[in-house]
Design a protein around this ligand. Structure first.
Ligand code: FE
Length: 225
């Protein structure tokens, strides 16, 4: 049966619309994965900002800004306010990460917000709920402590990701940092193009097998929020 000209145009129009829709979805997805600037949107407590009363960290006159990384496809905004990210028994070795958030002149940043997210020990993200996701604010000394599990490795878009913890951090007077933290000695570190030696945690293992890690963030100055 021969197709009428009107029918051909209708089909062509539908195809064009489909391609455009797919292109739009693809563009939105691409931005979500590779743009590290999805804002946090959590209101800062009143006393936030650079702690003017706090002296610079001893032995530190100027610090390099923590390097940023892509956000990836698994960020969920509006996470619960909490330091323990585990909502239930979760596959993975218990992991505590603690440290401080500082300005480039080494002053602790009180009430900076940190939003952590990661997969479980089997490399699976909770993309429907908030298990292993949560935000918190640094204390008056710029310190934070987060409890989670050590993430497993996983395959994504043909790449094999080495274990990493995602985080966004921002002070009232700093730029937004989006980055990922890595583990020392992982076999896949050398094969993951995103791996960055400057973002490796200092990790100790406790007698019970749980992990305790240290990392200090340095945030670039930014507009007051
Ligand atoms: Fe990831």
């Amino acid at each position: 049966m021969a197709l009428s000209r009107r029918r051909v145009l209708k089909v062509a129009g539908g195809l064009t619309g489909g391609v455009l829709a797919a292109g739009t979805i693809g563009f939105v997805w691409f931005r979500r994965v590779f743009d590290p600037k999805t804002p946090l949107g959590y209101p800062f407590p009143d006393e936030g900002g650079l702690a003017a009363a706090l002296p610079p960290t001893p032995g530190c006159a100027e610090a390099d800004v923590t390097e940023s990384q892509i956000e990836g496809p698994f960020y969920t905004p509006n996470t619960p306010l909490r330091a323990d990210l585990r909502e239930r028994a979760t596959v993975g070795t218990p992991l505590v990460i603690q440290g401080r958030v500082m300005s480039t002149d080494c002053r602790p940043i009180a009430r900076a917000v940190l939003d952590f997210w990661g997969c479980d020990g089997a490399g699976v993200y909770d993309n429907k709920g908030f298990n292993l996701r949560g935000h918190q604010f640094t204390d008056s000394q710029g310190a934070f402590l987060v409890e989670t599990v050590k993430p497993g490795d996983y395959r994504q878009f043909g790449a094999h990701r080495t274990p990493h913890v995602h985080v966004k951090a921002q002070g009232r007077e700093t730029s937004l940092l989006t980055t990922q933290l890595y583990f020392p000695g992982e076999p896949l570190n050398g094969q993951d193009s995103l791996f960055n030696e400057a973002l490796v945690l200092t990790v100790d293992q406790a007698p019970d097998g749980s992990l305790r890690a240290l990392f200090d963030f340095v945030l670039a100055p930014g507009a007051s929020i």
